[in-house]
Write a protein that binds this ligand. Structure first.
Ligand code: ASP
Length: 369
């Protein structure tokens, strides 16, 4: 951990500046660092529920997506471009509940949700209950980049997609035999979306690029058998997705209603952002004073980072609160200090992470890594 103490500025500056953490990244590392974490959904993912073939296919898909995002970052590309490239691969893969392979609604249609956020300026875009667009993450990004809005829904969002010239598909594009079987089973059993565990496969990515900028994105078909225009957390900025250069980037997956109620993605970022000045203040208290009682150094944010353990604890605390409410699922995180990781309260989560330190791993079950 780097906690050099220099007499540069008063520590009160720290609370008021944006993108200070990005600056910190530049100052702390000669070789600019990058990191990325991805997920492909969380849930009751046990070894006895997954065949060796499925296991292999999921790991291959996660690896391909992770490598694509890592390459963008390694080559000096932006976090926004890295997560977009990653999510497109996962949306195109029928193993995941996003884009092709999205779950069916009660009416046997597909209504897709997606969102994206740029931590460098807090700009964001989201779409809810859409269809017709091949890659919903590109539509969320178009909302962010090319509209004055943050969130579009339904037919209006579909129209915006066509006007933006995004690749369109017919409704049957999303369907897979596996997802059809799930909705038919749900309808035959006359149970509701909340009663079945069929939702796994939401995808997401978070990253920090070499400039220290953060980005997060999430894409999903939602819950099997959802009705009445139900929208989960994935397209809700602050619930399923959040990115802020001052703290972290988060993408969530799980029982969306609970993630919305707790504002999980923003909650984790806010706790990191608040923990940071507290940690700086604690470091300042440890600085020796001169004969006149003044500190010999003023601790500054650019000299500071939260440890791996501190970040993990904050993420775990919020997921524990989610569990206390009755929610299940997990999140992936990336921080301005180069950490990339996960926290989840389900038996498994399809996940992966890579950093400029050479770490690259994908995992499925809770006992891995
Ligand atoms: N969070 C998504 C939703 O509630 C589902 C999932 O992540 O599996 O729509």
């Amino acid at each position: 951990m780097i906690r050099k103490l220099l007499s540069l500025f008063g520590s009160t500056i720290l609370l008021s500046t944006m993108a200070t953490a990005a600056g910190a990244q530049d100052m702390m590392d000669e070789d600019a660092r990058w990191s990325i974490a991805i997920h492909g959904g969380a849930g009751t993912i046990n070894r006895d529920k997954i065949t060796p073939e499925q296991d292999q296919a999921i790991r291959a898909a996660l690896s391909e997506a992770l490598e694509a995002g890592s390459k963008v970052l390694k080559d000096g590309g932006s976090a926004m471009d890295a997560i977009t490239a990653t999510i497109i691969i996962l949306e195109n893969d029928p193993h995941f509940n996003a884009g092709k392979g999205a779950v069916f609604t009660w009416d046997k249609t597909n209504e897709l949700d997606s969102s994206i956020m740029d931590g460098s300026d807090l700009s964001a875009g989201a779409v809810a209950g859409i269809n017709g667009t091949k890659n919903p993450i590109l539509l969320a990004r178009a909302v962010k980049d090319n509209s004055p809005h943050v969130m579009l829904s339904g037919e209006g969002a579909n129209q915006f997609s066509r006007e933006q010239g995004l690749e369109q598909v017919t409704p049957d594009y999303y369907a897979t035999p596996y997802r059809l079987k799930q909705i038919e089973d749900l309808l035959a059993r006359k149970v509701s979306a909340a009663d079945v565990d069929y939702k796994f496969g939401t995808v997401g990515a978070v990253a920090m690029d070499k400039d220290g900028h953060m980005a997060a994105g999430t894409s999903t078909g939602g819950m099997t058998g959802k009705r009445w225009g139900r929208i989960g957390d994935s397209p809700v900025i602050g619930a399923g997705t959040y990115a802020d250069d001052r703290s972290c980037a988060i993408s969530a997956t799980g029982s969306g209603e609970y993630f919305i109620r707790l504002g999980v993605a923003h909650e984790i970022c806010a706790r990191i952002r608040m923990r940071w000045p507290i940690a700086i203040a604690e470091a300042q208290l440890a600085v020796p004073k001169d004969e006149e009682g003044n500190y010999t150094y003023a601790v500054h944010a650019s000299e500071f980072m939260l440890s791996d353990e501190e970040i993990q604890q904050i993420a775990d605390d919020v997921i524990a609160e989610l569990g206390e409410l009755g929610g299940d699922g997990g999140i992936i995180y990336a921080t301005p200090w180069g950490q990339a990781g996960y926290s989840f309260n389900t038996p498994g989560m399809y996940r992966g992470r890579a950093t400029s330190n050479g770490e690259m791993a994908v995992a499925i079950y809770g006992d891995e890594e």
